[in-house]
Design a protein around this ligand. Sequence first.
Ligand code: OGA
Ligand code: MN
Length: 296
Amino acid sequence: MAISIRQLHPLFVAEVSGVDLSRPLGPETVSTINDAINTYAVLVFHGQSLDDDQLLALGRTFGSVAPPRNHRAGHRLQHAEIADISNLNVKNELRARDDHRRLDGLGNQLWHSDASFRPISGAISMLHAHVVPPAGGDTQFADLRAAYDALDDETKATIDGLSTEHSIFTSRGILGHTDYTESERAALPSVRHPLVRVHPGSGRKTLYMGSHASHIIDWPYPEGRLLLLDLTEHATDKRFVHSHQWQVGDLVMWDNRCTLHRGRRYDDAKYRRDLRRVTTQDMDSINDNPELVAAS
Ligand code: OGA
Ligand code: MN
């Protein structure tokens, strides 16, 4: 069956049909998907059925897959490389309201770019829905290339060449979740990344920030914080945002180098939501924090 691509939003996002992602992909299919992700930044595949082995294999087709952070509670899934985007504990039961992992995971409801707090940040994320709640729990995406293009020239000149500092404890701190030990903090030191980048697959300029980014390096902290808040408000304006309403079997791929995303509220005390994600590493970002990459 031929692959077909249908754009879902005036600026970005496409639905891709005619491909079974559970099977090894031939080079032509991989190249079609890579071209599509470079163009649309977010790709939606419906009716997929991948077990965890197949999801990990899919991720590795597109790059090197880094394991997500370790959590206190241990990992529900078999592969350390698969991020558990669910509200379930290791016994497959709904997490308690005060569960540390739940409180940490609520940070996904702030606009962010996956693994931007790491020395090697995230490139392509692939999130697959096993169980979805009957209401709520959408995932929204914002187009950071279009948002950059729409900035006025003065702002573009101001932000050119700036670097930002990112930390997982910044985004968690925004929500008042500060319950992390010294050793948990020491394991994830702050990193820096450029605020404006050229997206490698398209040659287009893009913003790069999100809730892990606290401030601008070499600027007074509150001034840089305000600039980032302003840019986030601009970039997440309705015209740059697409909402994905999940169905079981959906697999959504997105490019973290030129989009932000966030989960939306749902009743996680009542409904199960089981999504699983792999994310490839952005090898270009190695040069942002060479000393940290060398140490890891
Ligand atoms: C993610 C994420 C949001 C959601 O998987 O990286 O941020 O809607 N998910 O669960
Ligand atoms: Mn995420």
